[in-house]
Design a protein around this ligand. Structure first.
Ligand SMILES: [Zn+2]
Length: 431
């Protein structure tokens, strides 16, 4: 048994999604699980806990829950920052699919995935949902890297069975077979923090038979599901050409892919009837504002999604997104939200607290893992970041004493990953 104590200032979103600021707490952790959070703690009680490790924060430091990146493509990291003079379809064909096709090369996979996991952990992403490659070996390697470096992760081997010129697809049978092999391989790693996730790439890239089989596998194994939805207006037309007069949500519903454990990236162009279905199924939308802007896909009205009782998490969506830092993504959420209200949308822009919640508890709820992570309620696992606004290489100077609320704003708007001095996943220090 390992016991840890963390003392200092703490910020998190409580169960009502209200962001609370506490100047003096002690968090007691046993084998990675939060046992108690004491406000203005009694030193005797801390001593009685007989911790193996006591971590006292310095002035200017505060503890927040780990960030949750609900949508990113590990395979696309070599293309970071490339191709934004194009729109989605052109970008996919010119840059993305040709790169993804290269992951039959294990050396490339090894090199890229090691960097991906290390770098995302450095930026405070304690939970990541990854799209890996069509190829089982490479995808398994990503899961192994997550396990090795201690990241909580959902790793998906994408399925594509619609034939493409460059050969980046599998037959329906092969796609199902390799998915089963991949799931087994991830299970064999034996790390409960790293789970396989069923990953039909997108309705336009998969036939109904494949999607139905994948939904069956998810049901049998009680797995999460991830895919894309309503990213561009053009897709809506092409969905109708492929599946008849219908919506993408209806296609996924028919396939059986919409569950409480399903997350769908983008969701910009959803009809009201689709919102109703998604809410009924408990399926979440992952907001990827940086990618949506870079590829000129659109501005997602997240207030509308939330008003329709849909959980919303955040996704960096590399390499449609141009940064793997969820801090950057949070700023994009704020910019898009303000832009929408400036261009006549009848809603109040999000503020820093809304977005902080979205990157932590919001992501946990979207993934239905809020019983495990997202905030510091006792019983949950200790996924946390220590933020230090006096850190070396920080872009911030401390001209006066700032309140905890002010420091969270300063970190979110003007901080960088140098301000994230320690990262913990289930109590294990990973930075
Ligand atoms: Zn994506």
């Amino acid at each position: 048994m390992v016991r840890q104590v963390f003392t200092g200032s703490m910020i998190h979103a409580d169960e009502k999604e209200e962001v609370t600021f506490q100047d003096n707490v002690a968090i007691l952790v046993e084998d990675g699980k939060i046992i108690d959070v004491m406000e203005n703690p009694d030193q005797q009680k801390i001593d009685d806990f007989h911790a193996d490790e006591v971590n006292n924060s310095s002035p200017g430091q505060f503890i927040v829950p780990g960030f949750i990146d609900c949508h990113t493509h590990a395979v696309q990291f070599p293309n970071l920052g490339l191709g934004f003079n194009k729109t989605l379809l052109d970008w996919l064909e010119t840059y993305t699919f040709p790169l993804e096709r290269q992951y039959t090369d294990q050396e490339l996979a090894e090199k890229v995935f090691e960097i991906v996991v290390k770098r995302t952990l450095q930026t405070g992403i304690t939970t990541a949902c990854y799209f890996a490659s069509l190829y089982t070996e490479a995808s398994t390697l990503l899961a192994e890297k997550c396990s090795q470096f201690g990241q909580r992760a959902f790793v998906g081997k994408p399925n594509i069975d619609v034939p493409r010129d460059n050969g980046y697809y599998e037959s329906t049978e092969k796609s199902i077979e390799t998915t089963k092999t991949f799931i087994k391989a991830v299970e064999q790693i034996g790390n409960p923090l790293v789970r396989p996730i069923i990953t039909p790439r997108f309705a336009l890239k998969c036939d109904m038979e494949l999607m139905q089989e994948l939904a069956e596998i998810a049901k049998e194994k009680d797995l999460h599901i991830q895919s894309h939805i309503a990213e561009t207006e053009d897709q809506l037309k092409r969905i109708k050409e492929k599946f008849g007069e219908t919506t993408c949500t209806a296609v996924y519903e028919t396939a059986g892919l919409l569950t409480k454990k399903t997350i769908l990236a983008h969701g910009i162009y959803l009809e009201d009837s689709e919102l109703y279905t998604l809410a009924k199924r408990g399926t979440a939308i992952i907001h990827c504002p940086s990618s949506n802007i870079n590829l000129k896909s659109g501005l997602c009205d997240v207030r509308r999604l939330k008003a329709n009782n849909i959980d919303v998490g955040l996704g960096t969506d590399v390499s449609g997104g141009s940064s793997y830092s969820i801090l950057d993504e949070m700023r994009s959420v704020l910019h898009v939200s303000s832009s929408l209200s400036l261009t006549g949308h009848d809603n109040v822009p999000f503020d820093y607290k809304d977005v902080f919640c979205m990157a932590t508890l919001g992501g946990a709820k979207a993934l239905s893992i809020e019983d495990k992570v997202g905030n510091f309620m006792p019983g949950k696992e200790f996924d946390a970041l220590v933020i230090d606004l006096n850190a070396e290489n920080s872009l911030l100077d401390n001209f006066r004493k700032y309140t905890l609320e002010e420091n969270l704003q300063r970190f979110m708007y003007s901080g960088n990953d140098h301000n994230i001095v320690s990262v913990y996943v289930k109590g294990r220090k990973v930075k």
